[in-house]
Design a protein around this ligand. Structure first.
Ligand code: PLP
Ligand code: COI
Length: 366
């Protein structure tokens, strides 16, 4: 199927938001609350494979109440951003990596794999009609794009669906965490796991996020904005946050991040950050990191910075770690030096003001 040509049809919205209303949203976007005028839809059936690739006006999904996704959670998604450069052109970051991860997620969740070319073209198609929704490159504003795939067959039997839909929607966003580069407090989930051995932790599937929400609510109640999950088997090793990967910077000059153990998401920001750190001649270890090591490291000064990273959150400094048993680290912390400079380098590459040495940027529109 690799050389199959997909025809795209485009139905323009007859009611796009007025320019002034769109500009008002772009002036102060709130993560994931407002959406562009169009969406992408591509259908898959067992008989026809991927077909009927189209751009349509944004609107609700008409779905049978017996659609498989509503009952058994056969759903996967991606998160990727469009960045406007100073010359007005629109770019995205490592789209092939997101396409490949969506395929891995599809495999795990027994959904059909969206071909990489459909994925990348779907971003281009959406930007071709909704490019005006990509904000000016100030205050970390971008257009957050959410490709997702759902089991759309009307059938209550438990088996992989014979009909699926791939869709793409997009939402203009500012910083994921309001409050600037202030370190975020993290709640350590001691009573719930996000993923277990041979489970779906590595897939970007809705159920993993549903599983994180109880601990996330506890976190909010305790003044924390993200949750840290430990491995389900022993409850001793740090895996990741609800929506971000973690890095620890040591006073002796090296950096460590939890290894990809099949339970955590293969973050594209994580992978990029590892490359940028190694480019600086700094050692990055991908290994098991226990909560004990982190507690002792922070208390002794052996760990000098902790940061989290992901598409939505970019690179975010981590402050105090809290659980129902303890508080680790000082109340008022400043973002660390490596955290701050990596963040400047990564966002510089994404906004086109720092050289893209690794060929990560992909142009979507002139
Ligand atoms: N871990 C989880 C659970 C996530 O949801 C995300 C966000 O997508 C990440 C890590 C970071 O991944 P990426 O850098 O590819 O956005
Ligand atoms: C992303 O960073 O794209 C995610 O999916 C994480 C979520 C917390 C918004």
């Amino acid at each position: 199927m690799a050389d199959q040509h997909y025809e795209w049809t485009v139905v323009q919205s007859t009611k796009p938001l007025a320019d002034a209303d769109r500009e008002a949203i772009l002036a102060n976007p709130v993560f994931g609350t407002k959406f562009t005028d169009h969406q992408v839809i591509v259908t898959w059936t067992e008989e026809l494979g991927w077909h009927d690739a189209r751009v349509e006006p944004y609107g609700p999904i008409m779905m049978d109440p017996a659609a498989a996704v509503l009952h058994y959670g056969q759903e996967i998604f991606e998160g990727i951003k469009a960045y406007r450069h100073q010359d007005g052109s629109i770019w995205t970051f490592r789209p092939t990596a997101n396409a490949q991860r969506l395929q891995r997620s599809a495999h795990r969740m027994a959904l059909p794999e969206v071909p990489v070319e459909i994925f990348v073209e779907s971003l281009r198609q959406l930007i071709a009609v909704d490019g005006a929704w990509v904000p000016q490159p100030v205050n970390e504003k971008t257009l957050y794009i959410r490709p997702f795939e759902i089991a759309a067959e009307t059938f209550l039997g438990v088996r992989p669906a014979a009909r699926a839909e791939y869709r793409v929607i997009a939402s203009p966003v500012g910083p994921y965490f309001t409050g600037g580069l202030k370190p975020v407090k993290i709640w350590i989930a001691l009573d719930s796991s996000r993923a277990g051995k041979h489970g779906t932790g590595e897939a970007k599937t809705g159920g993993n996020y549903a599983a994180s929400l109880l601990a996330q609510s506890e976190g909010y109640e305790n003044g924390c904005s993200q949750v840290m999950f430990l491995d389900a088997e022993t409850g001793t090793h740090i895996e990741e946050l609800g929506g971000m990967n973690l890095f620890f910077v040591y006073a002796d000059g090296h950096v460590a991040t939890p290894s990809l153990d099949g339970n955590i998401l293969r973050g594209i920001t994580r992978d990029s950050v590892i490359t940028l750190i190694r480019d600086r001649g700094i050692t990055v270890e991908e290994r098991l990191i226990s909560l004990d090591e982190v507690r002792e490291g922070i208390n002794s000064g052996a760990i000098i910075e902790v940061f989290a990273c992901g598409t939505a959150a970019v690179i975010t400094p981590v402050g105090q770690l809290k659980s129902r048993l303890e508080v680790i680290g000082a109340e008022d912390q400043q973002p660390g030096e490596l955290t701050t400079s990596l963040r400047a380098e990564l966002t510089g590459i994404q906004y086109g003001t720092v050289a893209d040495r690794h060929g990560w940027m992909h142009k979507l529109a002139d």
